[in-house]
Design a protein around this ligand. Structure first.
Ligand SMILES: *[C@@H]1O[C@H](CO)[C@@H](O)[C@H](O)[C@H]1NC(C)=O
Ligand SMILES: *[C@@H]1O[C@H](CO)[C@@H](O)[C@H](O)[C@H]1NC(C)=O
Ligand SMILES: *[C@@H]1O[C@H](CO)[C@@H](O)[C@H](O)[C@H]1NC(C)=O
Ligand SMILES: *[C@@H]1O[C@H](CO)[C@@H](O)[C@H](O)[C@H]1NC(C)=O
Ligand SMILES: *[C@@H]1O[C@H](CO)[C@@H](O)[C@H](O)[C@H]1NC(C)=O
Ligand SMILES: *[C@@H]1O[C@H](CO)[C@@H](O)[C@H](O)[C@H]1NC(C)=O
Ligand SMILES: *[C@@H]1O[C@H](CO)[C@@H](O)[C@H](O)[C@H]1NC(C)=O
Ligand SMILES: *[C@@H]1O[C@H](CO)[C@@H](O)[C@H](O)[C@H]1NC(C)=O
Ligand SMILES: *[C@@H]1O[C@H](CO)[C@@H](O)[C@H](O)[C@H]1NC(C)=O
Ligand SMILES: *[C@@H]1O[C@H](CO)[C@@H](O)[C@H](O)[C@H]1NC(C)=O
Ligand SMILES: *[C@@H]1O[C@H](CO)[C@@H](O)[C@H](O)[C@H]1NC(C)=O
Ligand SMILES: *[C@@H]1O[C@H](CO)[C@@H](O)[C@H](O)[C@H]1NC(C)=O
Length: 713
């Protein structure tokens, strides 16, 4: 029976094993129902937030929690809820991914979330936690390997407890910041990390593969121990106020694919000699103080797709032609460098580029026509170089182009707007300040399909108003200055992009006619109408305006008090018009930040503006060539930043304003042709009078000779 029984036994064993395995499997299935406590914790966590669509910015955001439902029978399988992941054996919640889920509300340190002690992966990115601190209870998650709290409006100090999470392989605290509308490169950072916490974080979290701390104010040097993180594949430290020398050994990390340290102005360092084994995919060190040269061995980085070395201190005098061998490049930014010379021919092989920026450098020669082969190009910026020649006809092949900046070169030739008609996604076009002749074509009815946000056609020899603008609803910046456009501004212009326009410059043309009583653009910040022949009443801009320039026109009438509604104004230039009447006293109520107030060469009469109490930003006041009378307001002495005060050719009658001697920055006080009188001797002896004075006509020539060291006006 030996053989048989052995066979039977083994069959039995197989059967037994099979049963055991299946039984276990079924068991684990049953256990997948959530632990009641954890279900409750998740529900409580959910209830501490409201769903608010503005809390997430991702296009694929949706409220994951709206699918969460306690089951009818009482116990639910929270494990099947969207964003929840359970351990198959124990049923414990080990993953919670509520990224981009429209969550809005404050985050408590005692939040029920922290009872989910088995969590290994936590993603809460792209929500709005209302400036909450990152709770120190994060230490309750000793098993965390993945923590993503990016772009969620956390603020304050990053708790040192993060560095206790020694199993972390992925840590992303990036981008907790507020956008800065006026200066996109300078967002307001909400998080801070103590230098000592940065050190312990790097020393303790030795398993890290991804470390993203961009836009956290760290304000320290990069800890050398970072070079010990041998598993690191991705390191992002953009705009962290890092200083000192970047440890060059970081480039030797065997697995490093992504290195981003842009916008750390005080961070120095240099690029090493590279070799073929480097897996670098993205290298962005722009806007730092990296120095030395871009080594030609950079061409060995076979995997490199993104390179940003803009605005560093690299000393190569020519555009490094070795970059042309980086055939995988999709993103190349070498702007604001010392690199000069022509665009190297080797670049003809960079056909994968989607972003190509070489602005504000010393490029010479023509734009190569092979650029027309870069069919994937989306963003091309050659602004502010010394390029010559014309725009190659091949550019019309760049059908994916969205942004084209060529302004500030010596380019020439006729540019027909039709050339851009195939580029249906083009929304920013800057051709200003070249020697172009831009022609829009005679077919007025053919409105363009593109919706531009930025259009720069300054000094483009335009002779007529570009009619293709007619259907633009999204314009933010429109520059048509310094052209040869005559006649009236077309009526449809005043209906254009009403909700979006921020900047409009049509100065230095031959425009004439009257303007609407009220400027219609609600967000407008800059309006320049100067050097034209506009007449009639001065139009009233919206309160958002920061700069209003109308000098050298023929505007008439009084200044309407409505002008005073521009409560944010920084620059006001109404000079050289035919404006009359008295100065509305409310002009003195302009923003405390007013810098420039130019009202000269009009026909104003009456008193000078009175209140200058909080005018500590004013640098220049010019009211010359009017018929202003009476005394100077003594509050002028509060304008501590005042550099130029031009009062000449009026009818001021006052004692000599000796009290202006306290103004530390005053460089010019022009008072000629008024009726000032006073004690001149004091002037000559007082050491505080470091400014130049061009005196009134009542003093003799010889006195004036001594005092007017330099007559500027
Ligand atoms: C989640 O919270 C929201 C808002 O407090 C609430 O309306 C919703 O019923 C909650 N969902 C569950 C499953 O409790
Ligand atoms: C729900 O779970 C609790 C504890 O896990 C258990 O005591 C209870 O019997 C379950 N109720 C139902 C309806 O399954
Ligand atoms: C979290 O969910 C989002 C989708 O909402 C997904 O894109 C992301 O990859 C997930 N994160 C993790 C770590 O699974
Ligand atoms: C957000 O924070 C502010 C200030 O702390 C508070 O007044 C407000 O109620 C919070 N909003 C929510 C939804 O928690
Ligand atoms: C957290 O503590 C605060 C008081 O410190 C309390 O008002 C709140 O209800 C607590 N929240 C939870 C979820 O326990
Ligand atoms: C490192 O982590 C351990 C816990 O894992 C903690 O006790 C220790 O304080 C941490 N060290 C630093 C320097 O943070
Ligand atoms: C925005 O940036 C400008 C220029 O860098 C800066 O002066 C201003 O303070 C910033 N605004 C905020 C809110 O950070
Ligand atoms: C960054 O933090 C440092 C040190 O705490 C502080 O001095 C500095 O003002 C902060 N910078 C900004 C822009 O918040
Ligand atoms: C790197 O790790 C080694 C061994 O773990 C240690 O001796 C050394 O001090 C570490 N270096 C730094 C800079 O932390
Ligand atoms: C582009 O690459 C090919 C193949 O490596 C090479 O033969 C050619 O010279 C390169 N073109 C330029 C313009 O450098
Ligand atoms: C204007 O549009 C018409 C009809 O869409 C088209 O046939 C014509 O070629 C266009 N003209 C120009 C100059 O693009
Ligand atoms: C463009 O605007 C004009 C009037 O401003 C209108 O007649 C025309 O239909 C519009 N064209 C398109 C394509 O929207």
């Amino acid at each position: 029976m030996g053989n048989l029984s052995i066979g039977m036994v083994s069959k039995l064993l197989v059967l037994l094993l099979f049963h055991l395995v299946v039984a276990n499997f079924v068991d684990s299935l049953q256990q997948l129902s959530c632990h009641a406590k954890e279900t409750l914790a998740l529900l409580q966590f959910n209830e501490s937030f409201i769903i608010d669509k503005s809390a997430s910015r991702s296009k694929v955001a949706y409220p994951k929690v709206s699918s969460w439902k306690p089951a009818a029978g009482g116990n639910s399988s929270c494990c099947s809820w969207d964003g929840v992941e359970c351990d198959e054996m124990t049923g414990h919640v080990i993953g919670l991914n509520l990224s981009s889920s429209y969550l809005y509300g404050s985050f408590d340190s005692n939040s029920s979330l922290f009872s989910l002690v088995h969590l290994q992966r936590l993603s809460l990115s792209d929500n709005n936690f209302n400036y909450s601190q990152i709770p120190s209870s994060i230490r309750n998650f000793p098993s965390l390997t993945h923590l993503d709290l990016s772009a969620s409006f956390f603020s304050g100090q990053v708790p040192s407890e993060v560095s206790h999470l020694s199993k972390l392989t992925y840590l992303n605290l990036c981008c907790n910041m507020l956008e800065n509308e006026t200066s996109p490169d300078n967002p307001q950072r909400l998080l801070k990390l103590q230098p000592s916490d940065m050190r312990s974080l790097v020393q303790n979290l030795t398993s890290l593969e991804t470390l993203r701390l961009s836009y956290i104010n760290i304000s320290s040097i990069i800890p050398v121990s970072l070079t010990n993180l041998s598993f690191l594949t991705s390191l992002s430290l953009t705009q962290c106020d890092l200083s000192g020398e970047f440890p060059v050994k970081i480039f030797s990390l065997q697995n490093l694919e992504v290195l981003r340290v842009r916008y750390n102005q005080d961070l120095t360092g240099y690029l090493p000699e590279f070799n073929q084994s480097s897996p670098l995919v993205s290298l962005k060190v722009g806007f730092t103080s990296f120095f030395g040269t871009i080594p030609s061995s950079i061409e060995k980085l076979n995997s490199l797709q993104e390179l940003d070395v803009a605005q560093c201190n690299f000393s190569n005098s020519l555009v490094p032609s070795a970059l042309g061998n980086l055939r995988q490049l999709t993103y190349l930014d070498i702007s604001k460098s010392r690199f000069g010379g022509p665009i190297p021919d080797s670049f003809a092989n960079l056909t994968q580029l989607t972003v190509f920026r070489v602005s504000t450098s010393s490029l010479t020669g023509p734009i190569p026509s092979w650029l027309g082969n870069f069919s994937t190009l989306v963003h091309l910026d050659f602004a502010y170089n010394q390029l010559i020649g014309s725009i190659p006809a091949s550019f019309s092949n760049l059908i994916n182009l969205e942004i084209l900046y060529l302004q500030g070169n010596n380019l020439s030739g006729v540019v027909e707007f039709q050339m851009f008609q195939k580029q249906q996604n083009l929304y920013q076009l800057q051709l200003s300040s070249n020697n172009f002749e831009f022609v829009t074509g005679s077919n007025i009815m053919n409105a363009t399909v593109q919706q531009f946000t930025v259009l720069g056609l300054r000094s483009c020899n335009l002779k007529e108003f570009p009619y293709f603008l007619q259907n633009q609803t999204n314009l933010e910046r429109l520059d048509l200055a310094d052209n040869k456009i005559s006649g009236e501004v077309p009526n449809w212009m005043w209906n254009l992009s009403k909700e979006t326009l921020i900047f409009l410059d049509i100065s230095a043309n031959f425009f004439s006619g009257e303007l609407p009583a009220v400027i219609p653009w609600v967000k407008l910040q800059c309006l320049r109408l100067s050097f034209n022949s506009f007449h009639g009443r001065l139009p009233i801009p919206p309160p958002s305006l920061l700069e209003y320039g109308v000098t050298n026109n023929k505007f008439t009438g009084e200044i309407s008090p409505s002008l005073c509604n521009m409560s944010s104004l920084l620059y006001l230039d109404l000079s050289k018009n035919n404006l009359s009447g008295t100065l509305p006293q409310c002009l003195g109520n302009f923003s405390d930040d007013l810098v420039l107030l130019l009202l000269g060469s009009n026909s104003f009469h009456g008193m000078m503006l009175q209140p200058f109490n909080n005018r500590s930003s004013l640098r220049m006041i010019d009211v010359s060539h009017n018929q202003l009378q009476g005394q100077l307001p003594r509050s002028l002495a509060n304008c501590v930043m005042l550099e130029y005060l031009v009062l000449s050719n009026n009818q001021f009658s006052d004692v000599f304003p000796i009290w202006l001697g306290t103004l530390p920055e005053l460089k010019l006080l022009a008072m000629r042709h008024n009726r000032f009188k006073g004690v001149i001797e004091q002037l000559l002896t007082s050491p505080s009078y470091a400014f130049l004075i061009c005196l009134t006509t009542i003093f003799s020539e010889s006195v004036r000779f001594h005092l007017c060291f330099q007559i500027l006006l």
